[in-house]
Write a protein that binds this ligand. Structure first.
Ligand SMILES: C[S@@+](CC[C@H](N)C(=O)[O-])C[C@H]1O[C@@H](n2cnc3c(N)ncnc32)[C@H](O)[C@@H]1O
Length: 238
């Protein structure tokens, strides 16, 4: 079942989109795209773009479009970037009737597809939307090999919005992680509590590689630096 972002979208940017983190991550992604031949001003599709947190750092260098399943997240992205094209779609079966020079899927959002069949379907859709020699850059949520249970703790403290965040990240089934959000949101109206669980698929390193190569994406680099959260698998379309 898709875990919606209805409530979280209302404070997603304030809680998660930290300029220092997103600017560094986007800069590294651009460096990797350039290194592998994606030219300036070419066409870039940002999959599971959410509210478009990375888009400020891409939009001057590429013709950027975004795609996401959440209408709530897309509404915020559209408001922030009225000149750009955003598509409502699912990673596993999107069909935009056009292709791109590069497609990126960041912050582990690919994990939302949950099952290996869906991962393979998503990689097929990605390959189908790339021009020959086009590049896919996918950050895994975590690989099966690297996963560890944890409790994430963080806070946002702005004059008019204060959020305390704890998230329990636990292995629920052999290849499904449950993330249980506990968010306390303080505003002029008082403090509200939001609790929600989402499920994320955990795929092995080999499953990422084979789902890419079986879709016609030759894996040309596995980037492991910390500036791209989760690292990145980079594939070139034959
Ligand atoms: C954690 S957010 C990350 C958003 C953005 N990439 C970022 O780094 O800020 C995950 C996003 O994936 C989207 N998403 C989840 N499942 C999806 C699917 N099957 N197809 C497309 N988007 C999906 C959600 O709506 C949400 O916007």
């Amino acid at each position: 079942m898709y875990s919606d972002f209805k409530t979280i979208s209302t404070y997603y940017d304030a809680l998660y989109v930290k300029d220092e983190e997103y600017s560094l991550e986007a800069a590294k992604v651009k460096e990797l795209l350039i290194k592998h031949g994606v030219r300036s001003q070419s066409e870039l599709l940002v999959l599971a773009c959410g509210t478009g947190g990375h888009i400020p750092y891409f939009k001057d260098d590429y013709h950027v479009s975004g795609l996401d399943l959440s209408e709530d997240m897309l509404a915020l992205a559209r408001k922030k970037f009225p000149g750009l094209e955003f598509h409502s779609g699912n990673l596993i079966d999107f069909d935009l009737d056009r292709d791109f020079d590069a497609i990126v899927c960041l912050y582990g959002s690919i994990g939302f597809v949950k099952t290996l069949d869906n991962l393979r379907a998503a990689m097929q859709r990605i390959a189908a939307h790339l021009r020959p020699d086009g590049l896919a850059l996918i950050t895994p949520w975590s690989t099966l090999e690297d996963f560890k249970d944890e409790i994430v703790v963080d806070a946002t403290n702005k004059p008019d919005l204060k959020i305390a965040r704890m998230e329990e990240v636990r292995l629920k089934e052999p290849k499904i992680v449950e993330v249980r959000f506990h968010h306390l949101i303080g505003s002029d109206d008082g403090v509200a509590y939001h609790e929600q669980s989402i499920e994320i698929g955990l795929f092995s390193h080999e499953e990422y590689l084979s789902s890419m190569s079986d879709s016609g994406l030759e894996v040309i680099e596995e980037y492991g630096g910390n500036d791209v959260r989760g690292g990145a698998f980079i594939g070139k379309r034959h």
